[in-house]
Design a protein around this ligand. Structure first.
Ligand SMILES: Nc1ncnc2c1ncn2[C@@H]1O[C@H](COP(=O)(O)OP(=O)(O)O)[C@@H](O)[C@H]1O
Ligand SMILES: [Mg+2]
Length: 268
């Protein structure tokens, strides 16, 4: 994700440099300065373009973020940060407003007078994706499913409960050995059942990578791609989610079959 040198020119503009000075000390953890010297400064360059910094500024003004502390994880679509808020801590998921593929395509479209506003439309799409994750979380939480509770959202940024402790985030199910896998399978099957029957949603990327092991319990995350039952591929996604769980269980030595698991999720 190379940036051109003049990508930062806007920062020299008076109003932006003033704004940045105001929040700079609250971003030390992502700038890699002070006690955060160990943080890779390139993260900042990848994530914080003008729009994103403005959105962070806004969330800080609204009191949802006090400081952005350190990067928890980086993915293709988003970076997740640990943040401190006036009420405690939070996880802040910041979606990339652009990526290498998009940038590659754009150089052949931008500047062609027949196709304008591509960048804006792309930003809108990213913002819709964030709103979708937020709405999915709310809808799941409403029926009692344990997901990180969302605190706030603005443009490409989602603020939610932080699952972890001062040392770091809770590990993914992928990275732990659980002592009672049968109970975990049971609990997650129940999660899928309630999600399907009560929230009327399919997670659609249900895997040991998107489940955190938090306080000895599984916690499902990453629900941006979750879709409503009415989605034409909802059934297919549901079967895939259940299959992943069944396969995980079988690898842990749990006696469970896909047909029974599916029946439980759909009929009980
Ligand atoms: N609420 C949270 N609390 C703690 N860590 C989180 C939280 N949400 C995400 N993470 C961490 O960030 C990683 C990526 O988040 P995820 O939502 O799965 O995004 P992606 O779309 O990049 O997969 C997770 O694997 C987890 O380690
Ligand atoms: Mg994920």
């Amino acid at each position: 994700m190379d940036r051109q040198v003049d990508d930062w020119a806007w920062m020299k503009e008076k109003k932006f440099s003033k704004m940045f000075k105001e929040i700079e000390h609250r971003l030390e953890g992502v700038l890699g300065v002070g006690k955060f010297e160990w943080v890779d400064r390139r993260v900042f360059d990848q994530v914080f373009d003008q729009r994103t910094l403005l959105a962070v500024y806004k969330l800080m003004q609204q009191g949802h973020i006090e400081t952005l502390d350190w990067p928890i994880a980086r993915g293709k679509e988003a970076h997740v940060f640990h943040a401190t808020t006036p009420n405690g801590v939070a996880a802040v998921k910041i979606f990339h407003t652009s990526n290498a593929v998009f940038k590659g395509l754009m150089q052949y479209i931008e500047g062609d007078p027949r196709f304008g506003g591509l960048r804006r439309r792309h930003h809108e799409l990213v913002n819709i994706w964030v709103r979708k994750e937020h709405r999915n979380m709310m809808r799941m939480a409403k029926v009692g499913l344990r997901v990180p509770e969302p605190h706030a959202l603005f443009r490409n940024i989602l603020v939610m409960d932080y699952l972890g402790n001062a040392e770091g985030p809770s590990p993914r199910l992928r990275d732990v050995e659980v002592s009672d896998p049968e109970a975990v399978v049971e609990e997650l099957l129940e999660w899928l059942r309630i999600c399907w029957n009560d929230a009327k949603l399919v997670h659609a990327d249900f895997s040991e990578y998107n489940i955190l092991w938090h306080n000895e319990k599984p916690r499902v995350i990453d629900v941006g791609q979750s879709v409503a039952k009415e989605h034409p591929h909802a059934d297919e996604f549901l079967v895939r989610d259940v299959t992943r769980l069944v396969e995980w269980g079988q690898r842990q030595g749990v006696a469970i079959e896909l047909a029974d698991a599916m029946a439980h999720v759909i009929f009980e």
